[in-house]
Design a protein around this ligand. Structure first.
Ligand code: ADP
Ligand code: MG
Length: 245
C-alpha cells in the first residue's frame, strides 16, 4: 500500500446556476492509472481541474497526498502543484519559445532544476517521446501529434508525481493519435499516478486499472476496464458506450 494520491469527498461545484459536479467521491491510490470517460459537459475537465485547484469546489474536500487543498497557503499550493502536471487537449505550448525552451522554462524559473540539469532532462524527455530532432524548432513548425508529445515531455520535465491528461488526443488528426498514446503507455509503466480523461478505449483497456464514468456531475460507474466496458450497470453508460465504441 503506497497511500493516496488524490481524495475527493463530496465535491460540488458549478458555474453560476449551472451545477457541474454534484457530489464526487473518489480515492485515487498512488501509482494507479485512472481513466475518466463520460459525455461532453458531464464535468470531466472540471473534476480534473479541482484536483490541482485550477477550480475551487463550492463544497466538499480535495486532498492531494493527504493535504487538504483548501487549507494550503499560496506557497504550499505552489509546491504541491509542482508535483502535478497537466496535459491539455490543445497542447498549450508557448508559441514564441523553441521546443527545448518550452521544456526548460518552468523548471528553471521555479528553481526546480539548474539550466544544465533542465536541458539534460529535457533532451532525454524529448528523446523518449521521439521529437529530440525538433528541439530548436517552434511549436507551429510541428504537427499536432508532435506538439502534443512535446507537451507531454514538458510535463515530464517537472518530474511530477501525478499527471493529469485532459483529452490529450481529441484535437489530433487520426494518424497522430497512436504516437501520443504510445508515449502515454510508456509513461504508465512508471510509478507515476495518472488520471486520464479520454475516450480511447484501447488505451483504457491496456493501461487503466480503473475506469470512472461521469454523467451529469456524478460518478455513475467505477470499476476495472473490463467491467465498465463489458458489463456496465447503468443504462446511460450502455448508451454512451454504444455511441463511442
Ligand atoms: P467535460 O469536460 O465533461 O466536457 P466540463 O467540466 O468542461 O465538462 O464542463 C461541464 C459544464 O460546465 C459544461 O456545461 C460547461 O459548459 C460548463 N463550464 C465549464 N467551464 C466553465 C466556465 N469556466 N464557466 C462557465 N461554465 C463552464
Ligand atoms: Mg472536457
Amino acid at each position: 500500500m503506497k497511500g493516496t494520491a488524490v481524495k475527493m469527498k463530496g465535491v460540488r461545484m458549478g458555474f453560476g446556476s449551472l451545477e457541474v459536479l454534484r457530489g464526487i467521491d473518489v480515492t485515487i491510490p498512488v501509482g494507479s492509472k485512472t481513466v475518466i470517460i463520460g459525455p461532453s459537459g458531464s464535468g470531466k475537465s472540471t473534476m480534473l481541474r479541482c484536483m490541482n485547484r485550477f477550480e475551487v469546489p463550492a463544497d466538499g474536500e480535495v486532498e492531494v497526498f493527504g493535504n487538504n487543498l483548501s487549507g494550503l497557503s499560496d506557497g504550499q499550493l505552489h509546491n504541491l502543484r509542482q508535483d502535478m502536471s497537466m496535459v491539455f487537449q490543445n497542447f498549450n505550448l508557448y508559441p514564441h519559445k523553441t521546443v527545448l525552451e518550452n521544456l526548460t522554462l518552468a523548471p528553471v524559473r521555479l528553481k526546480r532544476l539548474t539550466p544544465a540539469e533542465a536541458r539534460e532532462i529535457a533532451m532525454n524527455n524529448l528523446e523518449q517521446v521521439g521529437v529530440a530532432d525538433k528541439a530548436s524548432m517552434y511549436p507551429n513548425q510541428l504537427s499536432g501529434g508532435q506538439q502534443q508529445r512535446v507537451a507531454i515531455a514538458r510535463a515530464l520535465t517537472m518530474q511530477p508525481k501525478i499527471m493529469l491528461f485532459d483529452e490529450p488526443t481529441s484535437a489530433l488528426d487520426p494518424e497522430m493519435v497512436k504516437g501520443v498514446l504510445d508515449v502515454m503507455k510508456d509513461i504508465a509503466r512508471k510509478d507515476i499516478t495518472m488520471v486520464v480523461v479520454t475516450h480511447e478505449m484501447g488505451f483504457a483497456q491496456s493501461v487503466a486499472d480503473r475506469v470512472l464514468f461521469l454523467d451529469e456531475g456524478k460518478i455513475v460507474e467505477d470499476g476495472a476496464p473490463a467491467q465498465v466496458f463489458g458489463h456496465p450497470t447503468h443504462e446511460r453508460t450502455k448508451r454512451f458506450l454504444s455511441q463511442i465504441l
